[in-house]
Design a protein around this ligand. Sequence first.
Ligand SMILES: [Zn+2]
Length: 130
Amino acid sequence: MNEVPQTTPADDALLAEARSAAAQAYAPYSQFHVGAALRTREGALFTGANVENASYPLGVCAERTVLARAASEGVRPGDVAAVAITASPCGGCRQWLLEFRVERVLFDHDGGVEIRSAQELLPHAFVLDE
Ligand SMILES: [Zn+2]
């Protein structure tokens, strides 16, 4: 059996922020409310929720909302300590989490909490080689 990673008090606090953020979701079509919370290495906190649109593909997931909010305030790849999400991140969001090099991604899954790095969530990811 793989060892199940344990959440820290900081993880639990971030998960609680994500669960609170889910209440702000705009999800009139799916009714699927997702929240995300991001903590930077300096301790700044950002939250986000999914925002749907009548043109379905234009909807934005909670993870991308929170990463865009943080990036808009100057957060850059390597600045993010952890992101907590109330659902398993979709493939597109895994690419965003990887872009920001998030080392600790926590998400509700199967009645428990998964803790993974963005790299673990997206092996063999697309990256631009320079
Ligand atoms: Zn997503």
